[in-house]
Design a protein around this ligand. Sequence first.
Ligand code: UD1
Ligand code: MG
Length: 493
Amino acid sequence: MNNIGFMGKNHNHKKKSKDASKGSSPQVTAIILAAGKGTRMKSEIDKVMHKVAGKTLVRYVVDAVNAIVADEVVAVIAPTMEAVRDEVLEAFPKAAFARQKERLGTGHAVICAETEVESRKGVTLILYGDTPFISPDTLKEMLRTVRANAKMAVCVLGFSPKHPSDYGRLIIDQQGNLAEIVEYKDASDAERKVRLCNSGVMAVRTELLFDLLSKVNNKNAKGEYYLTDIVKIARENGYICGVVEAHEAEVMGINNRANLAEAEKVVQRHLRERAMENGATLIDPETVFFHHDTKLGRDVTVHPFVVFGAGVEVADGVNIRSFTHIEKAFIDDGAVLGPYARIRPGSDIGKNAHIGNFVEIKKARVEEGAKINHLSYVGDAFVGAGANIGAGTITCNYDGYSKYNTYIGKGAFIGSDTALIAPVKVGEGAIVGAGTTVFNDVPPHALAINEKKQKIVKEYAKKYRKDRAKKKADLKKAAKKAGVKAKPKKAKR
Ligand code: UD1
Ligand code: MG
């Protein structure tokens, strides 16, 4: 499944803009600002490492940048953010890192990336690591807008939120160009009434970026070096600045756990819609939770309350019943899972196999048409095609130190309440009697049962009940004689 995205719309260009640099391959640099501490998350985890639909915030940003084929990514991080560094490198192995030791403002953060970026040409995109849902289409539109006009120094991504609160305001001049960005704390009452806000994302002509930034000072309400000041400075130097406008949901920033939960809602809604568009039936979409990488085939039916963890691929026509939890597994065509199935990492469920209620499968290959329908644990195992695993079967795969494998051949029948002590093999077509503890391999087509005898005592049950009834009556009689009241009956309600 792809990154969530919304189309941006160009604010100040009535005509469709043309890519002036078509034909050549212009340089695209991305600077991702992620040095913020994120104190409002109240977390030991770096803010941009928090996850939405199982993917880190910063990974969403790098994926969007990758989709537009940026040739250089520089992440500005605090000195201790090794986890962020590793995450960015995983998505963009050539990425460079700039360490911002003191948090002196967004302008200062970009200056920290100067050595990595200053010799480059083309356009630089400045993104925030905590604003994860920027779509590649919007970034492309911003690049196009800058490239289309040689006089354009900066293009800012704006949006018109329902509640503009303390966002920076975009002041548009009479020609429809961006005149300046005024930070909320520095804005006049009239400026605060402007609804068009700064998302923080910018596209800047790389050759001008550090020259403009060198003119930024910190004489403002926050005492910070504002990146946003480069707009006014560019204008004063004879350049123009533009705006591309995005949908509010695309530029939502994550500052606290409530924002994180809201973002999760947005992404889940998107993933559900995507699953349905691709031909899956979700009986009650709002109760199904996907991972960003879940892959569903056609005619998959997902009943209410199903959770997909990381790395799940489901082929066509699979029926996933309620309260099933699946992670790192492949489910082949026509299989039936649940209700209440737990499919753990490394599971490979074959065509038309059935995994029923309260069955846990881990690191097991279940071949075509095999059935494990009730109350079982099958881990580190191979279950051959058409095998039938009875209720309560357990593969005893762990001796407290190591894990061992269980092999069950094609067409084998495992009776209920069987314990398979791994490593062990049950041959093709073999039958294991109910309640057997299988210590040794069972040859193909053989029967395995434990030596347990069943004793029959004729009429015993009748005699037992009679004895119990007599005992009860005797006790009652003795109590009456002694004048002791029988146990008081429970009061009726
Ligand atoms: C910024 C914008 C504001 C915009 C808003 C959108 C400025 C001056 N203001 O304000 O116009 O409406 O974003 O959310 O740019 N960061 C660093 N180092 C720093 C400071 C910030 O890396 O020294 C990073 C943060 O980690 C974060 C991003 O830059 O990812 C934005 O910083 P933040 O402090 O949230 O900026 P705002 O005050 O919200
Ligand atoms: Mg902010």
